[in-house]
Each structure stands twice: as C-alpha cells, then as structure tokens.
Design a protein around this ligand. Structure first.
Ligand SMILES: NC(=O)c1ccc[n+]([C@@H]2O[C@H](COP(=O)([O-])OP(=O)(O)OC[C@H]3O[C@@H](n4cnc5c(N)ncnc54)[C@H](OP(=O)(O)O)[C@@H]3O)[C@@H](O)[C@H]2O)c1
Length: 290
C-alpha cells in the first residue's frame, strides 16, 4: 500500500465511502474544499507540499448535470481544469493519480454496454467537462488511472435513491423508462478503488477502466426497486404509482444518454474483481436511512 494517500472530495458520495472503507494501514489526508480548492493551482501545490502524498485519488467534481448547462464555466473549472492542476502536481511529485469519471462521456447511441475503447461523444455540458478532464489527466500524467462509474448512490449526498425516498408520500411519480444504466453504490466503488490501489503497488495499470454493477435497469426500474425495498425495510404503507415516460416526455435542462451501461470486464480481469450487484447495496442503504 502507498504511504500517504491524498483524497479530494472527501465530503462527497464516493469520497466519504473511500474514507469509511480505507484499509487500516492506509495513511490518508482528506482536506476539505476550503482547505484544498482544486480549481486553484497554488492551493493544489500547497497541499502537495504539506502532505507529500505518494498517491492521489480525485473524487472531487462538479456533479450537477442539469445545472451545468447554466454554469458551464464552473463545470469546466472543476471537471477539466482542476484535474489538470492535480495531474501537473502529481507529475512534479512523481505521484500516481486515480481520477473518477462518468458514463456521461458517451452519447448513448450504442446498443450494447460501453467498453473502454468506444469513442466518447458527450451530449451534455457535464459530460463534455468530464471528458475534457480525462484528456487533461491523460496528457499531463503518465501514471494515471481513470475510473468511469455511473448512477452513483449512497446514504449521503444528493442522489436518486434519496430523491425517491423523499418523494414517497406523492400519489404518482413520472419516471424515465428509456434510459438504461447500472446503479452503483459509492461503497462498492470505494472497495474497488482500494482493491486497485492494493494491486497497483505491485503492478501499475494505467489508462481508462469502467466500473459498474449488475443488472442494468432504467430510472423507472430503479425507482420501482427502491420503493419495493423501502416498503419491506422501512414499512412504508403506500408508495407512489410509477408512471413510465420517455426522455422526450420528461424535459430536463441536460440531455442524457439512452444507454449508460458500462462493461467492466477489463477492470475485473486486471484487478481480480467480480461483478457487483447493486440490489443488496440498495437494501443496506435504505435500511441505513430508515
Ligand atoms: N453522482 C453520480 O451519479 C456520478 C455518476 C457518474 C460519475 N460520477 C463521478 O464520480 C465522482 C464522485 O462523484 P460524487 O457523486 O461522489 O460527487 P459529490 O457527492 O457531488 O461530491 C463532490 C465533491 O467535490 C468536492 N468539491 C467541489 N468543489 C470543490 C473544489 N473547488 N475543491 C475541492 N473539492 C471540491 C465537494 O466538496 P464540498 O462538499 O466541500 O463542496 C464534494 O466533496 C465524480 O468524478 C463524478 O463525476 C458521479
């Protein structure tokens, strides 16, 4: 294991899960965004001088997909320019970097799950900013691993599971049923990251990898599962009727890919991981939120 691991975004869904699941021997520094503002190169350099990390995990990002359409400068500052600052500091310190990215780098037109060699073609500002960030990292630092994840949920932060549970008293909800993806718990992402780091120390594997859970579903299917689990574990007496709508019938500021399913065979083979199932994770989190 690495001697000192610097984690950005420690208050976010994935960052908090990384801190909660870190191996006992790991020495971590997880400064707040006030202490380390990744948009500011001086702040990044100061953090590297202070903590002298020998590995960086960048879990900080701008993740508001719809709002990014109205504030693209902020999305690009955090998702594209900041990863470049971080990668430059890593290059100077000879410190490898694991950078988190997203399924939204794809346009969703492919019928089957996306593999790492598929050409990205983002269709919204968030996806464009994240793809730019991937490119900045890859061109600035050789020792990098970009881990694309999708549909992240956890007991903390803003996510679809918490939104649905907050709407449980409604009579009816309209849910998009033509966007496919794989919900993935922040906890399972964190465990995969620690596995990657454990192996990396022995055999570094650079490049882009996908991490996803099984099985694929739609937002409508995910909501149905959330309410089924909540009825069982939280004793909800009644749940909303779920009305299936198409993306066209559900206007949002940002377009979203119809297919967001990631194929993570490459990651499984390289790091000895097995396919994760998001449903037990959902049950654990719904119980936690009860
Ligand atoms: N959420 C999803 O569904 C999803 C899907 C696919 C991929 N991803 C990717 O997965 C990764 C983790 O996402 P997440 O859902 O865990 O994110 P999140 O919960 O939105 O957390 C974002 C984190 O970034 C930090 N941050 C914001 N501005 C910062 C700044 N200027 N300097 C330093 N830190 C700053 C936030 O700190 P504060 O709390 O202090 O603001 C927070 O800790 C991201 O790369 C994201 O693009 C997420």
């Amino acid at each position: 294991m690495f001697r000192k691991i610097l984690i950005t975004g420690g208050t976010g869904q994935v960052g908090a899960a990384l801190l909660a699941t870190a191996p006992p021997r790991a020495r971590l520094a997880a400064p707040s965004s006030q202490e380390l503002d990744i948009r500011n190169p001086a702040s990044v350099n100061h953090a590297f001088a202070k903590w002298r990390p020998d590995f960086l995990i960048n879990a900080a990002a701008y993740t508001k997909v719809d709002r990014a359409e109205d504030e693209p400068e902020l999305a690009f500052a955090l998702n594209a320019e900041a990863p470049r600052h971080l990668a430059a500091a890593c290059a100077a310190a000879k410190c490898p970097m694991l950078h988190l990215s997203t399924d939204y780098v794809f346009d969703g037109a492919k019928a089957s799950p996306y593999v790492e060699t598929d050409a990205p073609a983002p269709i919204n500002t968030y996806g464009k900013s994240k793809l730019q960030g991937e490119r900045e990292v890859a061109s600035t630092l050789n020792a990098h691993l970009i881990l694309r994840v999708s549909w992240v949920f956890s007991a903390t932060g803003a996510n679809f599971v918490k939104t649905m549970l907050g709407l449980a008293a409604r009579d009816e909800l309209s849910l998009v049923s033509d966007q496919r993806g794989t919900p993935t718990s922040a906890h399972s992402i964190a465990l995969a990251v620690w596995r990657i780091l454990g192996r990396w120390a022995k055999a570094p594997s650079y490049g882009v990898y996908h991490f996803a859970s099984q099985p694929e579903t739609t937002w409508h299917g995910f909501a149905a599962e959330i309410f089924a689990v909540a009825s069982k574990l939280q004793g909800l007496k009644r749940t909303p009727r779920l009305r299936a709508v198409t993306s066209q019938g559900y206007p949002a500021a940002a377009s979203r890919p119809l297919n967001s399913v990631l194929d993570d065979t490459r990651l499984q083979r390289a790091f000895g991981l097995s396919a994760a199932d998001w449903r037990p994770e959902l049950a654990r989190i719904v119980q936690q939120l009860a």
